[in-house]
Design a protein around this ligand. Structure first.
Ligand SMILES: [Cu+2]
Length: 187
């Protein structure tokens, strides 16, 4: 009796899933947003993350940003309820020393990602309300020239953990996207 009910239902569910997959293929939609990826009509923000701040009252947030096809955008600022204020910094080498400076010109397009990574650009969280602890998430609000303001969850990882790889759902060129990621993330 149970089988007579469950088998047709199973077929029904399979058929429905198949239809959804076909619609997704035909319309070119990407997979649904997960917790750590955001996209709208202008841009795609992939895998924001930060290292455990080890008790310090500062933190750095990293992420990958791409514009959707036919768009360009620019990161113009950020805030977080986890910190008193947030600056966008770059790491430059001056007289043999690596120094952090406020960064400008944070434009990105569909083929030119904006990559925030430990080797360079980052969101600098200053005077955090609490140390960033591995396994937790913190909120960040990103402001753009074109797109509306975007709120993302930033996942905090341990210092010896491998940074999350971008899921590349918005990347037009997977190989170059991966190449640029590994070049900067593991310097
Ligand atoms: Cu900094």
């Amino acid at each position: 009796m149970l089988h007579q009910i469950s088998i047709p239902r199973a077929i029904h569910v399979c058929w429905f899933s198949l239809c959804l997959s076909l619609i997704a293929c035909i319309s070119g939609t990407v997979k649904a947003d997960d917790e750590f990826r955001f996209q709208n009509r202008v841009l795609c923000i992939d895998s924001p993350w930060a290292y455990d701040s080890q008790g310090k009252k500062v933190g750095k947030v990293f992420a990958h940003m791409l514009a959707q096809e036919g768009h360009t955008d620019e990161l113009v600022g950020a805030t977080s309820t986890a910190a008193k204020w947030v600056e966008v910094h770059d790491i430059l080498v001056k007289s043999g020393f690596a120094v952090m400076e406020a960064a400008n010109d944070l434009q990105f397009s569909h083929t030119k990602p904006l990559i925030l990574s430990p080797a360079g650009l980052h969101l600098m969280l200053l005077e955090t309300n609490h140390p960033l602890a591995a396994g937790s998430t913190i909120p960040a609000t990103l402001k753009f020239a074109e797109s509306e303001t975007v709120e993302v969850d930033v996942r905090v990882i341990a210092q010896d953990e491998i940074p999350p790889a971008p899921d590349m759902a918005c990347a037009p060129d997977t190989l170059n996207w991966l190449k640029s990621y590994f070049q900067v993330a593991y310097k």
